[in-house]
Design a protein around this ligand. Structure first.
Ligand code: ZN
Length: 302
């Protein structure tokens, strides 16, 4: 397990040993902090038929079935096409109701619970409220503010975050990712798995490039190059806009621009962000050039 998650994990183990482990756990935190890995290992621990301490043995039939991704007492729900619907939750309720095939616990994992529709969330309430014995529901979410209050109040909320920045940096350094090599890396120090993912996808050079463009925005003219770089990874545009905001903020702090200019720049960024989901093809390029030239105009004003 990742070093920054160890303390959360041992707290959960402790509550399990004291018979205080809640049957519905909602694990929340930023993208790239290790929530999925945590629920994965918790499901192993809960399904292991050889352990009573929330620590899987890795050898029993249950553990081997899990490793083969073939455990009949584990149900995994994830928003494939944008949302988790009521039919999926009804299937979940059915799954929880039937007895376990391996004779132990049954576990349901729901990833990104904030993507549950209103009716799906309502269908889940009864199962959350009246837990059957030996049933566990492990949920993750990136944004707890989007989870319905009725669901929240029926779960134990566990926040996962990088609290020990040094441990995360060391972990990243072992993967060859450092702020010496990538000036922007510290901006994402609290999302280490996101950086690891970019590294394994080979898009670190793109992020380096976006960082440079954001800090050089006053002299950028090749919008095509920028757009093709943004197209190389999902959500790279949010990374770019984050870099842009931080670059203009630096200029504000350094007294190179005034507050009105800063405000106008952030408005350009917000407009670009809100347009991004609605438009396709050539319009994406237009929207990006509006952003870049719009910010350049603002920066030239005095
Ligand atoms: Zn086991």
């Amino acid at each position: 397990m990742f070093p920054w998650i160890e303390s959360v994990r041992s707290q959960m183990q402790e509550s399990f040993e004291r018979n205080r482990f809640h049957h519905a756990q909602l694990i929340h935190g930023l993208v790239g902090v290790g929530k999925t890995a945590l629920v994965q290992s918790l499901s192993e621990d809960l399904l292991c038929t050889n352990s009573s301490t929330l620590a899987s043995c890795g050898q029993c039939k249950s553990c081997l079935l899990l490793r083969a991704q073939n455990h009949p007492d584990l149900l995994h729900l994830m928003a494939e096409s944008g949302s988790i619907g009521v039919d999926e939750v009804r299937a979940l309720n059915e799954f929880v109701f039937h007895s376990a095939q391996q004779g132990g616990n049954k576990v349901v994992v729901i990833e990104q619970i904030e993507k549950m529709t209103e009716s799906a969330a309502n269908a889940l309430l009864k199962t959350l409220e009246e837990p059957a014995a030996k049933r566990y529901i492990l949920m993750t979410c990136n944004d707890i503010s989007k989870v319905k209050a009725t669901v929240l109040s029926r779960c134990n909320q566990v926040r996962v975050a990088v609290t020990d920045g040094t441990a995360a940096k060391q972990w990243l350094a072992m993967k060859g990712i450092s702020s010496e090599a990538h000036l922007w890396a510290d901006n994402f120090a609290n999302q280490p798995l996101l950086l690891e993912q970019w590294s394994s996808q080979g898009i670190m050079p793109e992020v380096d490039y976006l960082w440079k463009v954001a800090h050089d925005i006053a002299s950028i003219s090749d919008i095509n190059a920028l757009e093709s770089s943004l197209a190389k990874g999902t959500n790279l545009y949010t990374v770019f806009t984050r870099f842009l905001i931080s670059a203009v903020k630096q200029q504000l702090v350094a007294g190179q621009i005034n507050f009105v200019q800063y405000h106008n720049c952030t408005q350009q960024v917000e407009k670009y962000m809100s347009d991004h989901h609605k438009i396709l093809g050539i319009n994406k390029l237009l929207s990006l050039s509006n952003l870049v030239f719009g910010i350049q105009r603002v920066l030239r004003q005095d």
